[in-house]
Design a protein around this ligand. Structure first.
Ligand SMILES: *Cc1c(COP(=O)(O)O)cnc(C)c1O
Length: 488
């Protein structure tokens, strides 16, 4: 399997003077660097760059890409991340010259088609979420959370309500929720989950009060369970004057089945790069549109895209707006992909997505339940959480099992999350996988569970077939390699 074990570093194949590029002849006057840049910004030595031929650089990147794992190369059940197949028609449409070759500073009259697409996408998302208005500006889910909370803050402050400093977040929430609340200037209060994995209503009643700004809720929650008491929770929060924030990053389970707007939510963000098939991983680009109910309309980020008798225009005259949250108008290319997806699926297609996502997750959960601990033994939505408690007693940890999955060619599920599950594994198959793929993955998981009993070392020492075995998970963040140094 280690087919590229002997792959040299690009610096090692570098040969002085060898070039792999061909630039067109210069057709503008040449400029001296010191005519355009301050002297102290100009490097005194040439950068140490590898010098290789075009074929060598091609092989270099092809070899690197083969080491990578993506949805297009293999099953990727990373819970909460919705690593589903991104249809290639999205890419074709995003590359239309009328979308790909326009500039955000172009006159509005020359980009009416692009603006129409943005407007229509907003309309579709309003319909899907049941909200009154949608902004496409936020660049990711967490950015949408922050944008939504800033609007909630602006709303309370406009009412002279400066004492609402607390945002309530369940203990099963995605980590970005408390982080966004903190960045938006709130204190977070944790509310417990009950034995069924749902928000504990008694605990919720205990923590709400006149200082409650909002409750942030993921539904289905990160245990993959639908919050059945959602209407009661909405009533509890609204009664004390708080707002309800819906983390809709995981809409994959409820799309065209249930709408946050109908459940009483005031703000919702979506992750177009998850549910609506924007390619993601490696840090973006994403798109995290935010929908709001009527009471929050004045605070939407500006400019707001509106439709007039003369066409589409960006309205900047919004005195109560929280301001612009992203240069220009959001990650347009990702929005084009989401629009293409919504139009090619249609309402029935989107509903079928949710049904198959839920079916696939329940199928896998039942196949795996005899071999692992199932902390919440109830119908799941798009994902489910197993516990590796049983294997831990045998000396095999969830981390070991995740590493062992690499030997079978799978990306591991999300592990050690949510935090309230011991040795957790959060598995999200998505609707785009066939039964055969689900079965093959379950077979691998079952084999690993058996290995934990009969041959624990093989799991504890995994992976055995990858280019590099266990990495120090934190070192790359703590000590980034900034410069290649040739071995002496
Ligand atoms: C992915 C996710 C987020 C964060 O989205 P980003 O685009 O990564 O910022 C927030 N909440 C939930 C439930 C998620 O799954």
């Amino acid at each position: 399997m280690r087919k590229d074990e002997n792959q040299p570093l690009i610096f090692e194949v570098s040969t002085k003077g060898r070039i792999g590029y061909s630039l067109p002849v210069l057709d503008v006057p040449e400029v001296e660097l010191d005519d355009v840049l301050p002297a102290d910004l100009i490097r005194s030595e040439e950068p140490e760059l590898p010098e290789v031929a075009e074929l060598d650089i091609m092989r270099h990147y092809t070899a690197l890409s083969n080491r990578n794992h993506g949805v297009d190369s293999g099953f990727y059940p990373l819970g909460s991340c919705t690593m589903k197949y991104n249809p290639k028609i999205n890419e074709s449409v995003a590359r239309f010259p009328g979308f790909a070759d326009i500039h955000p500073l172009q006159d509005e009259s020359t980009v009416q088609g692009a603006m129409e697409l943005m407007y229509d996408l907003q309309e579709h998302l309003k319909e899907i979420t049941g909200m009154d208005e949608v902004t496409l500006q936020p660049a990711a889910g967490a950015h949408g959370e922050w944008t939504g909370l800033m609007m909630i803050r602006a709303f309370h402050e406009a009412n002279g309500d400066f004492e609402r400093t607390k945002v309530i977040v369940p203990d099963s929430a995605h980590g970005t929720n408390p982080a966004s609340a903190t960045v938006a200037g709130f204190d977070t209060v944790t509310v417990k989950s009950d034995d069924n994995g749902l928000v504990d209503l008694e605990d919720l009643k205990r923590v709400v009060g006149p200082d409650t700004a909002a409750l942030m809720l993921t539904n289905p929650n990160t245990l993959g369970l639908f919050e059945e008491n959602i209407l009661e929770m909405a009533a509890i929060i609204h009664e004390v004057g708080g707002k309800l924030y819906y983390d809709g990053a995981n809409l994959n389970a409820v799309m065209n089945k249930a709408r946050p707007g109908d459940m009483g939510f005031d703000v919702v963000h979506l992750n177009l790069h998850k549910t609506f098939t924007g390619p993601h991983g490696g840090g973006g680009p994403g798109s995290g549109p935010v929908g709001v109910k009527k009471g929050l309309l004045p605070y939407l980020p500006k400019p707001v895209l509106i439709k007039t008798d003369d066409g589409y225009t960006f309205d900047d005259n919004r005195p109560e707006s929280i301001g612009r949250v992203k240069p220009y108008f959001g990650n347009f290319g990702i929005n084009v992909r989401a629009y293409t997806y919504i139009r090619s699926m249609g309402p029935d297609g989107l509903k079928a997505v949710s049904e198959y996502a839920v079916l696939n997750a329940n199928y896998m959960m039942r196949r795996l339940a005899p071999y692992f601990d199932l902390p919440y033994d109830r119908h799941c939505k798009h994902e489910f959480v197993l516990s590796g408690r049983r294997q831990k007693k045998l000396g095999v940890r969830t981390l070991d099992m995740a590493k062992r999955l690499l030997d079978f060619g799978y990306h591991p599920p999300t592990i050690y999350f949510p935090l309230n599950v011991e040795e957790g594994m959060m598995i999200e198959p998505t609707e785009t996988e066939s039964k055969e793929t689900l079965d093959a993955f379950c077979d691998a998981m079952i084999q690993i569970a058996k290995e934990a009993e009969t041959n624990p070392e093989i799991v504890q020492e995994a992976p055995h077939t990858t280019v590099i075995s266990r990495l120090d998970e934190a070192q790359a963040a703590r000590k980034p390699v900034l410069r290649y140094q040739k071995a002496e």
